[in-house]
Design a protein. Structure first.
Length: 110
């Protein structure tokens, strides 16, 4: 990622895509609040999954009741947001795993 502007555009595009998919997948099981740089996933059991972009580090940060805090950096080679802690895991995989467990039904973000 070459600049803060490129990072913000890529992160916003990711959030828009996630927001659209999650609205459809979660239906009555949760609510999505997208404020541009923060994406809140409010689940029906009062659990919250939070994503935000951290521009100084050019990362998307995920906070989940299951995974805790994870940071994701864009990888041009793989064209994915990869975890800084678990480089083989991407943002969508982590979200699918956590949301599937929290919602108690399969969540597919592909």
């Amino acid at each position: 990622m070459q600049s803060n502007l490129n990072f913000k555009l890529a992160a916003q595009k990711t959030f828009e895509s996630l927001s659209s998919m999650l609205e459809e997948i979660l239906e009555d099981n949760g609510e999505i609040e997208d404020t541009g740089d923060i994406l809140k996933i409010l689940l029906s059991d009062n659990k919250t999954v939070l994503l935000n972009f951290h521009t100084p580090s050019s990362q998307i940060w995920l906070s989940s009741p299951l995974s805790g805090a994870l940071h994701f950096s864009w990888n041009d080679q793989h064209e994915k947001w990869l975890s800084t802690r678990f480089p083989h895991e991407d943002l969508f995989t982590c979200l699918e795993r956590d949301l599937s467990q929290l919602c108690e039904f399969p969540v597919d973000l592909r």
